[in-house]
Unconditional design. Structure first.
Length: 251
């Protein structure tokens, strides 16, 4: 059963005390290390060819879109490697993997997923993607890159996001070979709506600054595409209470 907090004061103490419990000290601080280790193990697989890598990365991308609330067919997520290769061959063309999907609760909110062909992405592909986003009136996109962007591309990306009001997230393939939310040490995260956040703060008479924090660069924040100020509910197992519930705000 979920742990019941019997008073506002006790609840606020649980939320604001960084070192209040054993449960609170555990997984989130080590997620970066866990994810890095998982990436290292996955990329170290010498038997994995490019087709197998793309299949696994695409599956994680689809799971990520689903978990963000976009319309993704479960049959696409569950597609076998054999079926994927039948459609895309064992050497998939990255351009053919481009996706454009809508939010379930708001079809006008869409997101692109681009798969740059060049291992080292420069400025020109970034500008092409920006032009396509403007043509389709889409303000958010994910870039699945094989290597880090060049310095010029990173600069162009920052300028585009500032001047055009666009959001282009970038993930390296190695970051998406495994779904970090399925890791045994990653507790269940649920993103609160704005109304749910307001209700939480009003109920316990708290301000944003009193909530524990999670970094915008945290792997879980990136997975869910979170923005600063958003709040996540985290439920993790507890040896004493069965389940332990806490909240964190993105900073």
């Amino acid at each position: 059963m979920l742990r019941r907090l019997t008073s506002r004061r006790h609840f606020r103490k649980q939320l604001t005390s960084v070192n209040s419990t054993h449960e609170e000290r555990r997984p989130l601080l080590s997620l970066e290390r866990d994810w890095s280790a998982a990436r290292a193990r996955a990329s170290a697989s010498a038997t994995m060819n490019q087709g197998e890598r793309i299949y696994r990365v695409r599956r994680t991308v689809l799971q990520m879109l689903r978990d963000r609330g976009y319309m993704v067919d479960q049959t696409d997520i569950d597609e076998s490697e054999e079926a994927f290769f039948e459609k895309h061959t064992t050497s998939p063309q990255r351009d053919a993997l481009t996706l454009l999907v809508q939010k379930r609760d708001d079809p006008t909110e869409q997101i692109f997923v681009f798969w740059p062909l060049d291992p080292k992405v420069g400025v020109k592909p970034i500008k092409r993607y920006m032009e396509r986003m403007n043509e389709e009136t889409v303000t958010r996109a994910i870039l699945v890159v094989q290597q880090n962007l060049t310095a010029f591309a990173r600069q162009a990306l920052a300028e585009i996001q500032a001047s055009e009001g666009l959001t282009l997230e970038q993930f390296q393939e190695s970051e998406l070979l495994v779904n970090i939310t399925e890791h045994v040490l990653v507790p269940q995260h649920t993103v609160l709506t704005r109304e749910e956040k307001d209700t939480l703060l009003k109920r316990y008479k708290m301000k944003d600054a009193q909530l524990p924090r999670i970094q915008l660069s945290d792997p879980v924040s990136r997975y869910y595409g979170l923005a600063r100020g958003q709040v996540v509910r985290i439920i993790r197992p507890s040896e004493t209470a069965g389940k332990y519930v806490t909240y964190r705000m993105v900073v």
